[in-house]
Write a protein that binds this ligand. Structure first.
Ligand code: NA7
Length: 539
């Protein structure tokens, strides 16, 4: 900024929160309830975060609505009417807006504003947070509530700019929608966004070609409208259900498996997989046996069973082969779909296996692989995110002595409990790397982190303390523990975004905490009970 330009007047608040998704909204509510002044910066024009941005056709959550909702307000739980078992993006966004209105959140949210930098000012003991509009706000606390899957990623393919047709990324879908009628569509990417949008786009387009680098394991969602009796039943037992969520492994209560996949007969195993498949619930599938996540041979039984299912649905056996993943089930995020595999039986849908014929470039007319050019009117990129760290390192965060978070994390994220990082006092991450986050029902993990952060701030204020910061030792120990737990699992065997493997040059580190939501919460509560053990607190 040149000297002649006017400096915006810094404002001062107790807490700056980045992001008005489910994390930022609840954090704003909680901190305001305890008397703090808060400003939330949000890049979008409304609340909702993930559900604001990801408006692609077919977008749905893969956790049931009655579980994927806030628990902090029993009144909200009782009054809100969910419509579907797995709500669509518009239904979830409607819920987020309802929450914003009901708790009068918008008055403290600055929309259309991206935070660009945050600097710890040692002398003042505050963060100076800057936005893209040149505003600067100082705050005692700085919280990144930026979500795990919010920094979208275009593929590294030559010629991206040369395509003359229309281009869309699933995570930046136009609010007015896209008209696919009569269009030839090329779609790249078969993670959840691809798997959910492919059947819907296929219905509308003249022709759809899917470019697949890695196939997904996908389970039919068996979505349906919720029945009044099941809504009433859940509403009557919500308190007990919420407690069960908090104590569960993934934030969704399931029957805990007791048997190894290798100790049952083939017939029994098939019946158990069939029941999980029929249930339309990912956690049910992943909770069929004790050792799916840890034992290759056990996992192979699930893999073979799902391959068989894919072959039962997809008529062309070569296409079915291409759709069968080779990595262990569950080591990349499995998908929940409506009519995904069936879509490949349509004569106007084509699958290109990029493992056989690699993608070479985007041309003026479409997509070129090593074999040929595929002409298209529209290219849809369902190519995912710089997951878990991208949104954090995209902001120029400078802690003590001007140290940059991005540089500090060059070899992989380093946190204590996924909540704080050494060298960055009074800064918190909601569902940061090193916490269960993406391995769990996000709303459950978000609420736990928000409650914990609100508790820390209450503690500091009550004790007359000014700063809290993870100690390097506690952080090293936690990083080692996160790695140790990951090492007991099959997760590191897949090239997943959990491992940073989808971003060229990103270090291969398993980022979420695989020890389970219940055990993790216990650990966080113990840390708090012991006066925030592993954190340095100063006056
Ligand atoms: P994902 O799950 O990261 O999927 C992205 C897809 O795009 C995946 O199939 C990638 O293949 C593919 N991709 C990425 N880059 C390329 C290039 N350069 N060439 C070809 N294909 C590419 O993101 P989603 O948005 O679908 O889902 C994110 C999460 O949201 C999901 O897991 C749920 O939790 C909700 P790859 O697997 O990297 O080989």
């Amino acid at each position: 900024m040149s000297a002649s330009e006017a400096q915006p007047t810094p404002r001062s608040v107790d807490a700056v929160v980045v992001g008005a998704g489910f994390s930022g909204m609840y954090l704003l509510h909680q901190l305001r309830e305890q008397g703090l002044s808060v400003v939330v910066f949000e890049a979008g024009t409304d609340v909702g975060g993930t559900w604001y941005w990801n408006r692609y056709p077919g977008a749905r959550v893969d956790v049931e609505s009655l579980a994927y909702s806030y628990s902090f307000s029993p009144d909200l739980e009782q009054e809100y009417q969910w419509e579907e078992r797995y709500p669509t993006q518009p239904e979830i966004l409607k819920y987020a807006r309802h929450v914003a209105d009901r708790f009068d959140l918008r008055r403290d949210i600055v929309f259309r504003t991206r935070v660009t930098a945050a600097t710890w000012e040692e002398e003042a003991g505050t963060w100076l947070v800057r936005t893209e509009h040149g505003d600067a706000v100082s705050a005692r606390f700085f919280v990144m509530a930026t979500g795990c899957l919010s920094a979208s990623k275009m593929p590294e393919i030559p010629g991206l700019e040369s395509f003359k047709g229309a281009t869309y990324h699933t995570a930046h879908w136009p609010h007015e929608g896209v008209d696919f009628d009569g269009k030839r569509v090329a779609l790249i990417g078969t993670g959840s966004s691809g798997v959910q949008s492919i059947p819907v786009i296929a219905e509308q387009a003249a022709d759809l070609t899917v470019f697949q680098r890695t196939p997904a394991y996908s389970l039919p969602a068996r979505n349906r409208p919720l029945r009044p009796d099941e809504i009433a039943e859940r509403k009557a037992s919500y308190r007990a259900y919420r407690q069960a969520q908090r104590e569960s492994a993934a934030g969704i209560p399931v029957t805990v498996p007791t048997k190894s996949a290798l100790e049952v007969s083939d017939a029994e195993r098939d019946a158990i997989y069939e029941a999980a498949w029929e249930s339309g619930s990912l956690v049910n599938l992943l909770s069929t046996f004790t050792d799916l996540a840890t034992d290759q041979a056990a996992n192979d039984t699930a893999k073979r069973w799902i391959h068989r299912k894919i072959h039962e649905v997809v008529k062309d056996s070569e296409v079915a082969d291409d759709l069968c993943p080779d990595y262990p089930v569950g080591t990349k995020r499995p998908c929940l779909d409506t009519g995904y595999y069936e879509t490949y039986n349509r004569p106007d849908v084509h699958l290109v296996n990029l493992r056989r014929t690699p993608l070479v470039e985007i041309t003026e007319k479409g997509v070129r692989t090593a074999e040929r050019e595929y002409e298209a009117d529209i290219i849809v990129y369902a190519t995912g995110f710089d997951a878990m760290t991208g949104a954090l390192t995209n902001v120029d965060i400078r802690g003590r002595d001007g140290v940059s978070l991005k540089e500090t994390w060059q070899a992989g994220p380093r946190t204590y409990l996924g909540l704080g990082s050494a060298g960055f006092p009074n800064m918190f991450m909601i569902t940061g790397p090193g916490s269960p986050s993406v391995l769990s029902n996000m709303v459950v993990s978000i609420e736990q982190h928000v409650d914990w952060v609100a508790g820390v701030i209450r503690h500091l204020d009550a004790e007359g303390l000014r700063t809290i910061e993870a100690t390097p030792q506690a952080q090293d120990d936690w990083v080692a523990h996160v790695n140790e737990i990951a090492g007991y699992t099959l997760y590191p065997k897949a090239n997943s975004w959990y491992m940073g493997a989808n971003v060229p040059g990103k270090p291969r580190v398993f980022m979420p905490y695989a020890g389970g939501v219940g055990a993790y919460r216990k650990r966080c509560d113990e840390v708090a009970a012991k006066g925030y053990e592993g954190f340095a607190l100063t006056v």
